[in-house]
Design a protein around this ligand. Structure first.
Ligand code: GDP
Length: 443
């Protein structure tokens, strides 16, 4: 999980402060010494660490903090605000041209996740009902064009290509012309990367930039490479003038040094982070939410947004009605289970809850995905009639369902019991709601 080590260490420092009724200057200094070590260990650029610590110290030993009623909390507040500032302060949104198409040029070293991220952006924009065109301008890496075409087919979005013999500048230019002519909202140009930065690559990118005048030049870097990613960003920015950075593979980056240093070193905002290989694993980067996630204060807003994008509104309404009228069946149960799973791994969601890191039982929780799959298999092995009227599931039916789903009769019994308990609970709620309505009317 992202920021695991840093998060743990900072939280333990903050916990010590929080518990104190009186905080002295020496306490703050001691805490900052630990914060400094934690940041360095997380591979944050040393200059960035120094500036950060100086700023926090200056603000935290001030009169209004130490003499406040809750000095510990106030210091934490300062750390939270400065962390947020470090990562760019406000959220930096994707550009939108006054006149479509908005032109996005994707740049980066090979393997950073440029092509994958182009696909993720398409998915992100599609959710906002935007029409996108992908342009395959990487003619050097074998199979790069094919990779983009496969991605495009998966996402149901067109891919413009002139094969691997054409000049990338021409490809980009013609791709943009096509997007304009056909009224696309966004055109995303996947350019060539190299293993290392080289002059030829930069020259080509500059030519493309001159030719198409992009609204957005997004650099894709791999978070797991830590300070290397920051150096790459610095170099690209000086040569090309970036408008934003996409930090990929944050899901595997336990340290977080790149995420915390990129903005300060390059003055380029992080616009998105990649949290997995799938096309929906792209999140807009919110410095404030990230700061509170690192400090274990949770990220409830992102959690709610995730839920909103995963849950189908019509279905939710339908479900609510079924619960009220007690006509909830195993089919609905399955539906609900799938909606929850669409939100992503449960571990990730738990990590967004405030204080989740502090709860012992949750710390190394491995949500049993197998268990969920088992429940799905059992429900799928029921006949339509059984799903609607589970009360008809007798001993021989239980045996058949267990055999059909590759589970045991005990597993089936357990699920039936859970379902029954759930229905009982719904009945209670429904009665309670009715009672309240009556009271209202009566009074
Ligand atoms: P490119 O050479 O920059 O175009 O890189 P690709 O898009 O081909 O990605 C290289 C590898 O990184 C692929 O295996 C991707 O699945 C993987 N990848 C990209 N983004 C992420 C991410 O956010 N998380 C994880 N875990 N893997 C990613």
């Amino acid at each position: 999980m992202a920021f695991e080590g840093l998060s743990e260490r900072l939280q333990s420092v903050m916990k010590k402060l929080r518990g104190k009724g009186k905080v002295t200057e020496a306490d703050v200094k001691e805490a900052m010494r630990e914060v400094r070590l934690a940041l360095l260990e997380a591979d944050v650029n040393f200059k960035v660490v120094k500036t950060f610590i100086d700023r926090v110290k200056e603000r935290a030993v001030g009169q209004e903090v130490l003499q406040s009623l809750t000095p510990g909390q106030q210091v934490i507040k300062v750390v939270n605000e400065e962390l947020q500032e470090l990562m760019g302060g406000e959220q930096s949104k994707l550009a939108q041209a006054n006149k479509p198409p908005t032109k996005i040029m994707m740049v980066g070293l090979q393997g950073a996740g440029k092509t994958t991220t182009s696909g993720k952006l398409v998915r992100y924009l599609q959710k906002q009902n935007r029409r996108t065109l992908l342009v395959a301008a990487d003619v050097y890496r074998p199979a790069a064009i094919k990779q983009l075409e496969v991605l495009g087919a998966d996402l149901n979005t067109p891919v413009f290509s002139l094969g691997d013999q054409a000049n990338p500048v021409d490809i980009a230019e013609q791709g943009v012309a096509k997007a304009s002519a056909e009224g696309f909202d966004y055109v995303i140009i996947d350019t060539a990367g190299r293993l290392h930065i080289d002059e030829q690559m930069m020259d080509e990118l500059k030519q493309i930039r001159e030719q198409i005048r992009p609204d957005e030049i997004l650099l894709v870097v791999d978070a797991m490479t830590g300070q290397d990613a920051v150096n790459v960003a610095d170099h690209f920015n000086k040569q090309l003038g970036l408008t934003g950075v996409v930090l990929t593979k944050l899901d595997g980056d336990t340290r977080g040094g790149a995420a915390l240093s990129v903005k300060s070193v390059t003055n380029c905002p992080i616009k998105f982070v990649g949290m997995g290989e799938k096309t929906d694993a792209l999140e807009p980067f919110h410095p404030d939410r990230m700061a509170s996630r690192i400090l274990g204060m949770g990220d409830v807003l992102s959690l709610i947004e995730k839920a909103q994008s995963a849950v189908d509104k019509e279905k939710a309404k339908d479900l609510e009605r079924k619960m009220r009228t007690l006509s909830f069946t195993f089919d609905d149960f399955l539906d609900q289970l799938q909606q929850v799973r669409k939100m992503g791994p449960l571990e990730d969601m738990l990590s967004m809850l405030p204080g989740a890191g502090q709860i012992k039982g949750l710390k190394n929780i491995q949500v049993d995905e197998k268990q969920l799959s088992r429940v799905e298999a059992i429900i799928r092995s029921m006949t339509p009639k059984e799903k609607e009227h589970p009360e008809i599931i007798n001993a021989s039916r239980r045996k058949r369902i267990a055999a059909g789903s590759g589970t045991t009769v005990q597993d089936v019994n357990r699920l039936l019991k859970q379902f029954e308990d759930m229905k009982k609970m719904m009945k209670q709620f429904s009665n309670m709601a009715k009672g309240m309505k009556k009271k209202k009317r009566g009074g």
